[in-house]
Write a protein that binds this ligand. Sequence first.
Ligand SMILES: [Fe+2]
Length: 374
Amino acid sequence: MERNVQQSKASTSRRSFLRKGLAVGGAGAIGAGLLANGLPAFAEERSGGLTAGDAAILRFLAAIEIIETDLWQQYNELGGIQDGSPGYTAALQVLDVDMPQYIHDNTEDEISHFTFINAYLVSKGADPVNLDQFRTLQGSQATGAQKDKKRLTNLMQLTVDTSWWTRYRSRTKNPDFGDTFAQAIPGLSTGQFPAIPRTDDDLKGFVPGTPPTIPDHLQAIANTAGFHFGFIEQGGTSLYPSLAQGVTHPEVLRILLSIGPTETMHFQTWHDKAGNAPALTDPTNGLVFPNLNASPFGGEDFQTNLIMPEPTIFLSRKFPVVSIIRPTEPGGSGGAVATVKAFADDGLFIGQPKEFLAVLNDLAEQADKARHGS
Ligand SMILES: [Fe+2]
């Protein structure tokens, strides 16, 4: 009994932090320098006491964290511990009963990341990042979503790259060596699929109860979210170590080394949960979630309980294999430019003007260009 009370208190305090965090995010119209005359004006940007490289790295990370926050908030509204969507939440809970708490906490973490990085930039006299002018997309109209809230990201037409699944199971390949990896869910990597209910139509056939009745279409949406969570957080897992190698100031390095591993903690959690996505075919669009433990899947490349990074080649084939985050090469497939491309390929920015991608790419190029001491 006491335990329950404590848990619920903890939830309340995290909830209130989230609201506060949201308010701070909404009121943070402090990026006046980012888009002078509606165009990126990075040459004129202030980097304060930071090196230009450190400021560029932090600014790109702030932008990515703002984007992550936007997408996690959409998941949180429908599948977090708040009221949300009972049907979508029940389908997510097939992957793990604690999914609503994890979704809520991941959201809170991303809010704290961008808020901290922007505050740090300001403390050094450097310009922070604000992407509010690009909050133009209409989000989910399903019950539970903040229907009128404009979004930066689109979670309703996703093409999810699920090769992170096999990348972390390979003992012989590493993307930093140019290797490529099979898709865990081939169907998700082509076509466009919702990861949240778009309207209440996507919840048709859901019957609450113990156990609830969850139609395959609704479960497919939750399964898509489950693999998308892993895709997003494996990106952060590689991005921070990739960019850390270009940092100059020890305190900025400390920021990257302290935030980056929380992305990895998220990734590890989502990696584990995605493996619980039930095998099914979405009758509305034919999307197949195969049984990853059975033929032609299965084995070391797919087995669902192999969630720790298998040792693989690193730096040079002459060294013994080692369990590592991969990729981590500066400017490589886990770097800033590659992250923007991966997010765009994912469908997150469908509906955004080209200018949005141009702004992100400019920020990314500056970050990838940063070199220690520059
Ligand atoms: Fe983050």
